[in-house]
Design a protein around this ligand. Structure first.
Ligand SMILES: C[S@@+](CC[C@H](N)C(=O)[O-])C[C@H]1O[C@@H](n2cnc3c(N)ncnc32)[C@H](O)[C@@H]1O
Length: 258
């Protein structure tokens, strides 16, 4: 199996890049339409134990780089442990949310870079002790993406991605199978000559049904179809006048300490 080729084509086919391509919308507009991302992360307990585990490696004089920091689920709490955190993301919308959360939390050690990872030079980034990428592996070619993350960091690298296929409701909603998970990353890295450690974190949670209806705005499935799918899969729990949906997340943390 050619792990990196399969990864590259799967990311193009089944991640949100396919939606950007088919609908002709920009990365920034996509994230603007997903303005409930932080709320979803709170319900789903992310980053929870993944964050706790990464935190055990960080000392107060460390410089961290978060590639694809988004709204700062990891970047914001990690900035409080470190000397400096560089938050890199091509979406101004995502970075602005992070900026206002950082301001409210009085975190003034975050440096923002509004760029794609492949478009930034290592000189521009400067000294980095630990690099991190969590659910942000959205470039055409995974190998240079990972190689640069490893090369830029003096002490270590953290990668976070799903273990397993993720919520099967997403596959149903978009009619696309998620065929890659952290094992692909692990095998690509080992073919590149890097042996990463792996830890898996599970979390069970519930989402209000009206919230679930908003999760897949580009799906062609109706609310009734989604309801029936959830019902058939025994994922609905009646709560007063509405329902809650049973969900589970499985995050894999891959890390390399140099
Ligand atoms: C699913 S969010 C993850 C955010 C955050 N890392 C987390 O774990 O919550 C993916 C983020 O990756 C960013 N992204 C997309 N393409 C990227 C690229 N080429 N380089 C860096 N970040 C990218 C998106 O703008 C988005 O904010």
């Amino acid at each position: 199996m050619n792990w990196s080729e399969e990864w590259n084509s799967s990311i193009k086919e089944s991640s949100y890049l396919r939606i950007l391509n088919e609908k002709g919308i920009s990365n920034n507009d996509f994230w603007k339409n997903l303005d409930y991302y932080d709320e979803l992360m709170k319900y789903s307990g992310y980053p929870g134990k993944v964050l706790d585990r990464i935190s055990t490696f960080i000392f107060s004089d460390d410089v961290l780089l978060d590639v694809g920091s988004g709204t700062g689920a990891l970047a914001l709490p990690l900035s409080k442990k470190a000397n400096k955190l560089i938050a890199l993301d091509p979406s101004s919308y995502q970075l602005n949310i992070l900026k206002s959360k950082a301001e409210a939390d009085k975190c003034d050690n975050i440096v923002y870079i509004e760029k794609e990872w492949k478009k930034v030079s290592e000189d521009e980034i400067g000294h980095v002790d630990y690099s991190l990428a969590a659910y942000s592996f959205f470039e055409d070619d995974i190998c240079p993406f990972l190689e640069k993350l490893i090369h830029v960091a003096k002490k270590g690298v953290f990668l976070v991605f799903r273990a397993g296929r993720g919520d099967l409701l997403r596959e149903y909603a978009y009619n696309k199978k998620n065929s890659v998970d952290y094992l692909h990353l692990y095998n690509i890295l080992s073919e590149m000559g890097y042996m990463f450690n792996v830890e898996i974190f599970n979390f069970d949670y519930k989402l209000p049904l009206p919230f679930v209806y908003r999760l897949y705005p580009y799906s062609i499935k109706t609310e009734d179809e989604i309801f029936n799918y959830l019902d058939e899969n025994n994922r609905l729990v009646k709560k007063q006048n509405s329902y809650e949906v049973l969900c589970q997340r499985k995050d894999a943390l891959l890390y390399l300490i140099k």
